[in-house]
Design a protein around this ligand. Sequence first.
Ligand SMILES: [Cu+2]
Length: 353
Amino acid sequence: MWKGILGLGVLTAVVAVALFRWGGAHAGVRAALEVAQDAEHRFGHHRPPTKGSETYQYAYPARRLPAEAVYDPTPPPPPPRDRRVHEYELVITEDVVHEVAPGVHMPAWAFNGTVPGPVLRGREGDLMRIKLINRGKLPHTIHFHGIHPAEMDGVFELVPPGGEFTYEFVARPYGVFPYHCHSMPTNQHIHNGLYGMMIIDPREDRPPMRELAMVMSAFDLDRDGEADFYAWNGKAFQYADHPIELTVGEKVRMYVMNIFEEPMAPHIHGNMFHLIRSGTSLKPQELTDVLTLGIAERAILEFQYDSPGPYMFQCHLTEHMELGLMGWFQVKPKADRAAQPASHAHPAAGAGN
Ligand SMILES: [Cu+2]
């Protein structure tokens, strides 16, 4: 009987302790809630607006960039292997009206009229011959990253207004490289839009994939030292307005580059990518879903989606994302693609491409 009384006592004590603890925890939660409610009450109406939101707030889908204004993310294909010289002409103008976000225009300086400039492509060991024509009012240059002689470095040899200069160098090594103006003040020349991506392929092509070239940058419209818009390929939200269509199982190779003076963190949703830093290797170094790129850093991301639907790709710095550095991959089921030629016969189908 004593055992029974003792057991009941122990049980009562355990229940009492548990009840006390539960009550204590509950009181703790209540206290925390009260603090939070108090803070909400005192500061809730005085939260600072998201930076840049007075200039522009994205409201999908009320405002859209016209389809024809979207920067085509498809780079030129790898050049034929028997073409040993890769020639480009880049014309700088300073009076380009650049639609940096739907309905928001800014005066830009541009290579061939677009921000970023065109993607240049060559092959390791081949000659790159790039003619710069300066149609602006200021001296400009082109500085390429990669290995080349000092006189082709595009820093000291300013090209005057109305002038021309042809840069020649043997493309090496293979990888992904920025090119940009290097006139002083350089941050102004770059920030105004004078930058682009150069892809140098290895002698043996990488495995064929759907390719995307994506430059990350930002725009400070009111010149207060804070960027107002961040963008993939020069236009905030353009791939949100016009998602990039992919297909389930389609292998994708995305070349990414950061040309702004803040870190960028490219991130794809619902997936992982094989990472090749700087594009200077044939083998991925890592499987991940986010990467930090310092200024002028770049990489190749390779991935494929296994299930259909919309997936965001963004800069993981939330302010960058909210001010434009986001977009969507619209991943279609495989069947869509297979069914298309039969159900929507295209006039050009069978024309040899
Ligand atoms: Cu310049």
